[in-house]
Design a protein around this ligand. Structure first.
Ligand SMILES: *Cc1c(COP(=O)(O)O)cnc(C)c1O
Length: 474
């Protein structure tokens, strides 16, 4: 067929728009969106005729064309930010949004989104309140700090602390603590951005109190410690603790700041987890400013929390960067609700999803794995062996880098054709309506069940007819 007659087989756009078949679609999406989708497809069809001299299958009849346009319109409605099953074994997975929120935080965010709220409105005085007020009061109560404030994330917290306390002057940091955290947060770069001069002291593995003392000069503005969140130096090491360093700083009339990274407001050893530095401990040790993340071990929304001396916090609040880095009402609502849970620490394992997941025992996860292996035994192609095995979960987000938690995984292993088949199995699970994210190792796909929060939804999705027909069964 010559291309002229191919072009003429494409229906006219106004004919399509008036087609009875499109009535429901028009009501659902509106004329403008439908028109645009039709135009796009007709344009694609003409381009294909021009370049390849043939009609694409989807344009071969009015019916297939309309079906394709309907699918296009539905696809455009699907959000890019989609819920997944995080069975990667990393609990606080930065690429999957770190901490999932508590029910009370979710409810608070919904309220803050739906209604006007007392964000900067003081009901007692009916005047202007401060947006950090509620969170700051809670942080004072929970940590014993004089004052607190909140910014967009912990990187922002470090930036504003340095900008406020030490712009144009020197900051003394141990060489062993010049860390890079994932996503381009490098202590030396943040220092430069804040206009500070970095003075490195000690050696990578060992720094002593006298190293700090020797470096203090007329231009020193701040002593700084950074928690080496995502790596550990082992062997012949030594570093100076906050208590000792705070004394040295005080002797010289200097502030001491600590970037804790994650920090944990609750004592994690109570839940059978390894110890993590606590912000309240740092305050007790005399640190002037402590910063930590809202969405790491704290289990709240993305935020950077700063606690410490009232005078310094007041200066941070007045810094022009604070306006640029302030949190929105949704974040503040979620953070306040999360912090309130810490007022009842004994209940945290039931109320805070992050601790719930971190605290799950290997035995409990194993029971679940055995049950799931049975439930799913004939869902997969017989070519895929469904089993279960012990594994180790990571806490993630640089928290407690060396420690991992004994866990249990569902394992999926192709009986033959290893590499490619395994890849296509992983890809098929990722392309499910609610994608399943696992981990490939030792020629099998590991689905660590520590973070499986909805077992029935997980199983139902796999059992739905058709969902495993691509990739898994050939
Ligand atoms: C995670 C981390 C940061 C960055 O915190 P965000 O909340 O991700 O911005 C900074 N410093 C340390 C030590 C960290 O562990």
């Amino acid at each position: 067929m010559d291309s002229q007659s191919l072009y003429s087989r494409l229906p006219a756009i106004d004919k399509l728009l008036n087609d009875d078949e499109l009535a429901v679609t028009l009501t659902k999406h509106g004329r403008e969106a439908v028109l645009q989708a039709l135009r796009q497809r007709l344009e694609d069809a003409r381009r294909i005729i021009r370049d390849h001299g043939g009609l694409p299958g989807w344009a071969s009849s009015r019916q297939t064309l309309l079906d394709t346009v309907r699918v296009d319109l539905e696809r455009r409605r699907q959000p890019a930010l989609r819920p997944v099953f995080n069975l990667s074994g990393t609990v606080l997975h930065t690429n999957l949004g770190r901490a999932t929120q508590s029910e009370s935080a979710i409810a608070a965010v919904v309220q803050a989104m739906r209604h006007p709220v007392t964000l900067e409105y003081d009901l007692d005085g009916a005047g202007r309140g401060h947006r950090d007020h509620a969170v700051s009061e809670l942080l004072r109560e929970l940590t014993g700090a004089e004052a607190a404030c909140v910014v967009n994330n912990n990187a922002a917290a470090v930036l504003i602390v340095l900008s406020t306390v030490a712009a144009g002057r020197e900051v003394i940091v141990s060489r062993g603590e010049l860390v890079e955290i994932g996503g381009a947060f490098r202590m030396p770069d943040v220092m430069r951005q804040a206009g500070c001069r970095l003075v490195e002291v000690g050696a990578t593995n060992r720094t002593h109190l006298r190293d700090y003392a020797d470096a203090i000069g007329p231009d020193t503005a701040l002593l700084m410690k950074a928690h080496t969140s995502n790596y550990a130096i082992q062997g012949f090491t030594s570093s100076v603790g906050e208590a000792e360093l705070a004394q040295l700083a005080a002797q010289h009339g200097l502030p001491l700041a600590t970037d804790l990274g994650s920090g944990a407001l609750a004592d994690l050893t109570r839940f059978g987890l390894p110890a993590e530095p606590m912000p309240q401990r740092m305050i007790a040790d005399g640190v002037s400013l402590v910063s930590f993340s809202g969405d790491k071990l704290l289990g709240g929304p993305q935020a950077g929390l700063i606690i410490g001396d009232a005078e310094w916090i007041a200066r941070i609040q007045k810094h022009p960067l604070k306006r640029a880095l302030r949190c929105d009402k949704m974040t503040l609502a979620a953070l306040e609700a999360t912090l309130r849970l810490y007022l009842e620490p004994d209940r945290l394992v039931d109320t805070l999803p992050t601790l719930m997941k971190l605290g799950r025992s290997q035995q409990l996860i194993r029971v679940q794995a055995e049950r799931l292996a049975k439930r799913l035994s004939d869902v997969f192609d017989p070519e895929i062996a469904v089993g279960h095995a012990p594994c180790l979960s990571q806490i993630g987000s640089g928290s407690l880098p060396v420690d991992s938690l004994p866990s249990w995984a569902l394992t999926l292993k192709p009986r033959s054709g290893k590499g490619a088949r395994l890849e296509s199995l992983a890809a098929a699970l990722r392309s499910l309506p609610r994608p399943v994210i696992g981990r490939l190792a030792d020629d099998q796909l590991w689905l660590d069940l520590r973070c499986l929060d909805d077992e029935d939804a997980f199983v139902e999705q796999l059992m739905r007819p058709g969902v495993l027909s691509e990739g898994l069964t050939q």
